[in-house]
Structures are given as structure tokens and as C-alpha cells.
Design a protein. Structure first.
Length: 55
């Protein structure tokens, strides 16, 4: 992945349930939360997940 303008791009994420890989972008929503956007082809048709740090 490469970092530019506050966003990590060019990565992939794997879903072990479906066995599929998706293109990925990651941004920081705040100091404790990552916004992950996984998609196939066009980013606008993807799905967003938020991962929050527990401590």
C-alpha cells in the first residue's frame, strides 16, 4: 500500500468466509478508528467497515 493525502491505497483485503480478495483503501476517521473501504472494480460500489481500537 502507498500513503498519499491522508489515505492508504493500493492494498487488498481477504474475506476468509467467501474466499474472495478485494481492493482496499484505508483512512483514519479519528485517533482510534480506521475506515476500511473494500471494493471490486469501482470504489463507489464497495463496502465500508470501521475498526475501532479497544484501549
Amino acid at each position: 500500500m502507498t500513503y498519499k493525502n491522508g489515505e492508504w491505497t493500493g492494498g487488498r483485503i481477504y474475506d476468509p468466509t467467501s474466499g474472495k480478495s478485494y481492493k482496499l483503501t484505508i483512512t483514519f476517521k479519528d485517533a482510534k478508528t480506521l475506515k476500511l473501504r473494500g471494493y471490486i472494480g469501482v470504489e463507489a460500489l464497495g463496502e465500508t467497515m470501521y475498526w475501532t481500537k479497544i484501549q
